[in-house]
Design a protein around this ligand. Structure first.
Ligand SMILES: Cc1cc2nc3c(=O)[nH]c(=O)nc-3n(C[C@H](O)[C@H](O)[C@H](O)COP(=O)(O)OP(=O)(O)OC[C@H]3O[C@@H](n4cnc5c(N)ncnc54)[C@H](O)[C@@H]3O)c2cc1C
Length: 421
């Protein structure tokens, strides 16, 4: 490994890769160090399991009209669906039957009302648990809780209303049909990334920064730390001297929650619905049972991608792959008939929760800690900057938020390099 560089980027996810692309464009000497054996982090596409691209992590171009990955996708020839979500069919199953049109409308109104109430509480300056902002939602409460959990990867008891209200939500959520993970990896091109190279310690006490890895020590003038909040909070990447208390507190207050996917390939179409039909399913008679959302027939394949989130999902992940596949198959069988049970040909589950260098899905501030996220932007002194989805501003928790944060960190470093050549 090269022992010296001007800028070291730690992590080759959407944020680190964006930082690298900006540094490369400026002609600066830099190196990206990545702990895993692949680039992309939470941006990863599996092309094998379903015979059609299956995004293990990010899939939707949120805030698509302003999302920087839209022009990148166009340039690289990646297909996305700009108007599909609006006209796509969405089903709601209530445990014993499908909802009527009126019930589906009422359920959607309840979910929207729940999200609006949480946002309103935060905008009013209240930083409490999202659950405290919820008004009675009758039978739709489990569905509203499920959607809040999908949005934040956390139960409403662990979502800060203030943090939630700062997310810029638009209705423009466009799926990348060829895979968002594949797009982010393709955009990285030939950036200089050293794989299988976890940085265990960043020493920022001396004249040059020292990055310790099992493959040797790299020294640098600047570092962009583009790893998840969990990696810093649990000390997988240690700092010498230690992080100042307010920064340590901020990383700890932004844990990554649980949001996972279970992909199932069947021997033939078992759903009889148009490609990319959406399904929400929960059991009105057993409201404590984990609700699911699913994408049916992605890419027209005889398949489903089932989404689960929150603490009950974490318990299922802990129970193992077999339990996850069984749960997802049961949820679909409840809606489409027990006959599909014996027809699963292939399955793949995600486990971001226990991925060693990630540690969960996306960041969400704990109640009362909504003011801490902006602290990450101050960096560590003038030479160490942070990037990643947690620093995505109003696009926190997203891939494009991560990308924008990486670009911003690189711009700051470039300005400082210009002023101190
Ligand atoms: C199930 C799921 C669904 C999602 N859906 C969407 C979606 O539809 N749309 C959307 O916009 N976003 C979505 N997201 C979120 C999005 O994927 C992430 O916000 C984004 O990819 C995070 O990028 P990042 O660069 O901040 O972090 P990461 O992707 O975590 O990248 C950090 C990198 O740093 C590496 N690393 C960690 N520690 C070290 C170390 N010590 N040394 C060196 N390298 C290290 C890691 O291996 C990793 O590659 C989803 C996420 C999940 C889990």
């Amino acid at each position: 490994m090269t022992c010296e560089t001007d800028v070291a980027v730690i992590g080759a996810g959407a944020a680190g890769l964006a930082a690298g692309a900006s540094l490369a464009a400026a002609g600066v000497d830099f190196r990206i160090l990545e702990a895993a054996s692949v680039i992309g982090g939470r941006a990863a596409t599996d092309r094998e399991t379903l015979g059609t691209p299956f995004d293990l992590g990010c899939h939707w171009l949120h805030d698509a009209r302003a999302n920087p990955f839209v022009p990148i996708a166009r340039r690289l020839g990646f297909r996305f669906d700009a108007d599909g979500p609006a006209r796509r069919q969405r089903l709601l199953h209530l445990g014993a039957r499908f909802a009527t049109a009126d019930e589906a409308t009422a359920a959607q109104a309840a979910v929207d009302a729940a999200m609006d109430a949480v946002t309103a509480a935060g905008r009013a300056g209240r930083d409490v648990a999202a659950v405290e902002a919820l008004r009675p939602l009758g039978p739709w409460l489990p569905l509203a809780r499920h959607w809040l959990a999908l949005m934040s990867a956390a139960a409403p008891e662990r979502i800060s209303t203030l943090d939630y209200s700062r997310y810029h939500d638009t209705d423009d959520n466009w799926p990348v049909l060829d895979g968002y993970g594949a797009l982010i990896q393709a955009h990285a091109g030939t950036l200089p990334v050293t794989l299988d190279c976890p940085v265990t310690r960043l020493d920022h006490g001396g004249r040059r920064l020292r990055l310790e890895t099992p493959r040797g020590t790299l020294t640098a003038r600047f570092a962009i730390v583009a790893v998840s909040t969990a990696v810093v909070a649990r000390g997988q990447l240690a700092f010498t001297p230690s992080l100042p208390p307010e920064l340590g507190e901020a990383f700890a207050a932004l844990p990554l929650g649980c949001a996972e996917k279970i992909a199932l390939l069947f021997d033939d179409d078992v759903f009889g619905v148009p490609p990319r039909t959406g399904l929400d399913a929960f059991d009105t008679d057993r409201p404590q049972r984990l609700a699911v959302s699913a994408l049916l027939r992605p890419g027209g394949a005889p398949a489903a991608v089932v989404h689960i989130a929150g603490p009950e999902a974490a318990a299922l992940v802990a129970a193992g792959e077999g339990a996850m596949v069984d749960f997802a198959t049961s949820a679909l069988a409840q809606a489409f008939g027990a006959g599909l049970r014996g027809r699963v040909r292939r399955a793949r589950v995600t486990n971001w929760t226990h991925a060693p260098y990630i540690g969960g899905a996306y960041s969400c501030a704990l109640p009362g800690a909504g003011h801490l996220r902006p602290w990450l932007h101050q960096g560590l002194g003038t030479r160490v900057l942070f990037a990643g989805e947690a620093l995505g501003g109003p696009a926190f928790s997203t891939a494009h938020g991560a990308h924008l944060s990486g670009r911003a960190a690189a711009e700051t470093v470039l300005e400082r390099l210009r002023s101190q050549p």
